[in-house]
Design a protein around this ligand. Sequence first.
Ligand SMILES: C[S@@+](CC[C@H](N)C(=O)[O-])C[C@H]1O[C@@H](n2cnc3c(N)ncnc32)[C@H](O)[C@@H]1O
Length: 273
Amino acid sequence: MVALRELESHGEPGALVYLSDCVELMRMMPAGSVDAVFADPPYRLSTERGITVKGGRLAPVDKGHWDRSMGFEEDHRFNLRWLREARRVLKPDGTIWVTGTHHIIFSIGFALQTLGSRIINSVAWEKPDPPPNALHTAFTHAHETIIWASRGKGARHTFNYDLINSPDPASQVSSVWRIHAVPKREKMHGYHPTQKPLRLVRRALLASTGEGDLIFDPFCGSGTTAVAAKELDRFFVGAELEREYAELTARRIMAAERGGVLREISETLWDGA
Ligand SMILES: C[S@@+](CC[C@H](N)C(=O)[O-])C[C@H]1O[C@@H](n2cnc3c(N)ncnc32)[C@H](O)[C@@H]1O
């Protein structure tokens, strides 16, 4: 496995994505080696019959074969398997974030607590612009849940209260996060069907980690966690099973690195102004 100094690029924390199954990768990682895990696992909501609305038209819900359910019990076994490894690679005071909808989030919550983790927050990510319910048979699905958990008993997790909140005690940031869908500029390096907005992941990492910490994402997808980690000067390691998406992650990491250089130039100009 990589040592932290191998992740140094241009003297800044670097980022690395492995084309690998996440459980296989985590089994090679030392116990207690990462400060935080941010995981956006398969929600298992792609079915033959699922229908949504895309660009005003009915469209099948098909994110890819990796998102197909293997049956409730097998899905739960999968969640237990990767969460057990994720918890093992976490430092004693590290924390784990897991996103999900009702299709998997109860399994995730149950698995985390079965393994001994303690849920710190269950965040509701409210989407101001959800697609309408296509068949008029249910309320519009307008939120996802993000579970934030520590390793469990005795753990002292980081919460950067002052970085997240304004000094006004009457306006604390709550567990309801109203964040728009991914803006076009974040999709310029390629397409992923379930890309998360940078703003959401950035908030989670800013709240729970410090500069120079190591962040791990078992399900990189388009690499949103990697970009957020780079932007915040954290180290990053991740796994992605599909070559197409691992390459997209790598492209976004490279672009974020160039962004870092551009930022330095503009800061220099500002200093001299
Ligand atoms: C929900 S998406 C993650 C999206 C990501 N958060 C983003 O913002 O782009 C889940 C990703 O996990 C990958 N995946 C599924 N099973 C995996 C496994 N066992 N190991 C590693 N990656 C896996 C899928 O190919 C998919 O790209």
